[in-house]
Design a protein around this ligand. Structure first.
Ligand SMILES: Cc1ncc(COP(=O)(O)O)c(C=O)c1O
Length: 503
């Protein structure tokens, strides 16, 4: 390497606006970073460099100082200046103050608590009772493959281009027909196809909520809703989730706070599995109509019933047009489809569609085409009857295992549908501790704290019973029971970071 030649090739000029020392330092930095000057190369002494480039010695001293500060060279006393080993330093990249550039963000105390305590191993061996996810073994993949086989269901090339933000029109027609069988009578233009109901929720929050607006949620409730609402700066009022809706408290909130909306999961609630009674639904609609309260009805689980059909949806009872209904294929088919829908009055759909357009133009066409086939050919009904009978067996298996292994340490409900059993722990062990210790023996679930806005409850856990077969469910509960029954077991194993969202 002819160092004199490399150095002489540097372009340094007094007529340039940048000071000479900076031009020299940047020129050398570029040669070091592109490895023209290799690590360990001895650079010319300052005086020699000054002579070579016809600049002052102060210029070369300042240039070397700056390079040293950036970690690109090191000075060995009595020996000289050498190119540093870049792999040993991370200072070669200019540092960006990213945090100062981001918009202000609401940081929930929950997110850090959750990161620490819900972190569970996601290895193949883990028995996951945590994520609300259907069993992948039940995904109807053959039907999907057939749907995509173009000789069976020919698609127009236009089907692969951009489509209206509101969604694939044939799917909206099929959904309108499907939902009318469920008592929700809406025209296709009262539908918005979204990328999962989580996106529907985000769009609703974006369209309705300004910082400091009041909203009402059940407590506990779906974590994704808490996070979206908190991120918007809304002030959250809570209605205890119980077998009877507290209509007096709700009316009190309506009078005192004029909330923008009520978010509710009336059927097989996440996380409690509760069902709002028909009478409560009717009274809620009467009260909401009187105050013109917007109700956001999140309804992902109502088709997954294991005893009898749940009461009619709030949307089907809606007398004043104020209910925004959301549902999704994530729980009935599978979450990777990322397809859900919102049914609401047309002005609401128009506004949500505007928000969605800013975000992603429209949801994925292929999923929508596949799902339309599911509805048109009535595969969905077939699939639902199958999963209902399978999930019922799994619910029963988990209930029996809880009765056998955990009865002395917890109370739990027996849900009539949905995905979850909500357990209240009676033993002195904290759910944080229980979560850690269960993770150490390969079982994961969600501690109840995740579903509260104030983060104070600590004696509940949510167990999902649909993802694994009966034997694994039983084994998972047996391990939880062993932790609860042992006074001495103590876990100090570190937790791995969770790879899945807590849903
Ligand atoms: C009540 C509720 N709403 C919304 C979602 C999110 O559904 P999606 O996958 O359609 O975004 C979930 C997922 O667990 C849920 O339980």
């Amino acid at each position: 390497m002819d160092i004199t030649k490399i150095i002489s090739s540097l372009r340094i000029s007094p007529s340039h606006t940048a000071p000479l020392y900076l031009q020299l330092a940047n020129g050398l930095a570029a040669k070091i970073q592109n490895f023209t000057l290799a690590k360990g190369t001895k650079l010319p002494p300052e005086r020699e460099l000054a002579k070579l480039l016809k600049v002052s010695r102060t210029t070369t001293i300042n240039a070397y100082r700056l390079l040293e500060k950036r970690g690109l060279v090191i000075t060995k006393v009595g020996s000289g200046t050498y190119v540093n080993d870049l792999s040993l330093t991370n200072q070669q990249q200019p540092t960006m103050s990213w945090e100062q550039l981001f918009t202000p963000q609401y940081k929930s105390p929950l997110s850090s608590i959750l990161r620490t305590i819900i972190a569970t191993p996601t290895t193949d061996q883990t028995i996951s009772l945590a994520a609300g996810m259907p069993d992948p073994a039940f995904y109807p993949l053959t039907i999907i493959e057939e749907t995509l086989a173009s000789n069976k269901y020919p698609l127009e090339s236009a089907d692969y281009g951009y489509i209206p933000t509101e969604g694939y029109l044939p799917l909206k027609h099929s959904l309108a027909k499907w939902q009318s069988q469920l008592g929700i009578h809406a025209t296709p233009d009262q539908f918005l196809i979204v990328s999962g109901s989580q996106q529907g929720l985000y769009l609703i929050v974006k369209a309705f909520i300004e910082p400091r607006d009041y909203v009402i949620v059940e407590s506990p409730t779906y974590l994704g809703a808490i996070q979206s609402l908190e991120a918007s700066g809304a002030r959250i009022l809570t209605l205890p989730s119980s077998d009877n809706l507290n209509l007096e408290l709700l009316e009190d909130y309506l009078i005192r706070y004029r909330p923008k909306l009520l978010y509710t999961i009336p059927t097989f609630q996440n996380p409690t599995g509760r069902v709002m009674s028909l009478q409560d639904r009717q009274e809620l609609i009467r009260l909401a109509a009187r105050y013109r309260l917007v109700i956001v009805e999140d309804d992902p689980y109502s088709l997954l019933y294991y005893t009898h059909k749940p009461p009619a949806s709030l949307k089907s009872l809606d007398t004043y047009g104020g209910v925004i209904h959301m549902s999704t294929f994530s729980k009935t088919l599978f979450p990777g489809l990322r397809t859900g829908w919102v049914t609401a009055a047309q002005p609401v759909i128009n506004r949500l569609a505007q928000e969605k357009q800013h975000m992603d133009l429209h949801s994925n066409n292929l999923s929508q085409i596949i799902l339309n086939t599911f509805l048109e050919k009535d595969y969905l009904s077939e699939h639902l009857s199958f999963v209902r009978s399978e999930y019922k067996k799994r619910r029963n298996a988990m209930v029996h295992a809880l009765q056998r292994y955990c009865n002395d340490y917890m109370n739990f409900n027996i849900p009539e549908g949905g995905f979850y059993i909500w357990c209240t722990i009676n033993s002195p062990i904290s759910t944080t501790d229980l979560t850690r210790r269960a993770a150490a023996v390969g079982v994961s679930f969600v501690p109840g704290i995740a579903f509260y806005t104030n983060g104070t409850h600590s004696n509940e856990i949510r167990l999902c019973f649909v993802t694994h077969d009966e034997d694994l469910l039983k084994e998972g509960i047996r391990r939880i029971g062993r932790i609860l029954s042992s006074d001495t077991a103590n876990d100090s194993q570190p937790l791995q970071a969770a790879g899945l969202p807590i849903i």
